[in-house]
Design a protein around this ligand. Structure first.
Ligand code: PPY
Length: 350
């Protein structure tokens, strides 16, 4: 734990052990340079304490770059609630209320919302004690609801720019696209892609998603063991992190990687591995910011739905184009180019 924290470049980490449930809560605040830190709360089981902490630390860094590139005046943070494998769901409500109290005590240093393992209903519970620092409540409770479709819209916009770069045209019509994970982001992305005329395949382990997209939509379902080696134009990771690594990258048979999942690269060298294989990578935090823009824009800045859609689409396309051009001009990876653009924005603010 000591070395993880020493090597991390962020500002503050708050660690709490929730005795009644045995859950660990990690609130990582990477940067408040552009404004109060914001980022989702991820709740899941981890094999060990270290990997849960590491997830929070890395995700809070990505949030910082996300906001820096999107022009939204928030800093980057993230919470991981690491629950034990025998977690009793009966205790969920009380745990979320205790977590809300922690957020409340931070007094606006950190704003949160949903991430993996969390829903709008959970946000309603957290805001019972954590209000007004909670985004993403249900519409019934005054929130904007699910951010999945907005994230998907941003990913779609990023794919169009990537296609222009690689194939010379933005259109996704006829492109063979594999979506890994058909949950709230991947599922919405599949719908956008079908409307755009793409030839969509998907991969998921949840029976409910498989039934919906394979049986109702008649889409080809790719088994987990083949997901990295299927031939396609675009591979879109929309589920887990670290799916791009030294084992999977050599198997890929795509021209573009563009998806909604956070922290897709297992290690920094994976950006070079992708480039060496001639695969154009649209950095995850550049194209998956639509959800954060949706939550903050709709709930804190009075954007209309149309307004939000335009800002997500145009904002992501402009920045991604700039990143691809910078990467080509300087002969660096798209990940390195994205970082340079983000760092520039961060250092322009005192
Ligand atoms: C993410 O984009 O990964 C998020 O965590 C979204 C978000 C942004 C701001 C507040 C809460 C959640």
């Amino acid at each position: 734990m000591e070395s993880l924290l020493k090597e991390w470049d962020g500002e503050t980490t708050i660690i709490s052990y929730d005795k009644p449930t045995g859950a660990w809560i990690f609130i990582a605040i990477f940067s408040t340079r552009l404004g109060p830190a914001a980022g989702g709360t991820r709740m899941k089981h981890y094999s060990d304490f270290q990997s849960a902490l590491q997830d929070a630390l890395r995700l809070s860094e990505a949030m910082t770059y996300k906001f820096a590139l999107s022009g939204i005046s928030f800093g980057g943070g993230k919470t991981v609630i690491a629950i034990p494998c025998d977690f009793d769901t009966q205790s969920r409500h009380a745990l979320l209320r205790r977590y809300g109290e922690m957020v409340q005590k931070l007094g606006g240093l950190f704003y949160t919302g949903p991430d993996v393992g969390m829903s709008s209903t959970d946000m309603d519970i957290i805001s019972e004690t954590g209000s007004p620092y909670v985004f993403g409540r249900t519409p019934k409770s005054g929130g904007a609801g699910s951010s999945g479709p907005a994230t998907a819209l941003g990913v779609l916009s990023g794919m169009q720019v990537a296609c222009e770069h690689v194939f010379g045209e933005r259109s996704l019509n006829g492109r063979r696209i594999l979506v890994q994970g058909a949950g709230s982001v991947g599922g919405a992305l599949i719908e956008y892609l079908r409307k755009a005329g793409a030839d969509v395949m998907f991969s998921d382990v949840e029976e409910k998603s498989i039934c919906r997209f394979r049986d109702d939509f008649s889409l080809q379902c790719i088994s987990a063991d083949k997901v990295y080696s299927v031939e396609c134009d675009i591979f879109a990771p929309c589920a887990l992190g670290a799916v791009l690594n030294n084992k999977t990258i050599p198997q890929l048979k795509c021209r573009v990687v563009a998806g909604g999942a956070n922290n897709q690269l297992a290690e920094p060298e994976d950006a070079e591995r992708l480039r060496d294989r001639g695969i154009l990578y649209a950095p995850d935090y550049v194209i998956n910011v639509g959800g954060a823009m949706f939550l903050i824009g709709m709930e804190a800045q009075d954007w209309t739905q149309k307004n939000m859609e335009n800002k997500v689409t145009e904002g992501i396309q402009t920045v991604l184009q700039q990143i691809f051009e910078l990467a080509a001009a300087k002969n660096i990876t798209t990940e390195a180019a994205a970082r340079q653009v983000a760092e520039k924005r961060l250092s322009s603010v005192k």
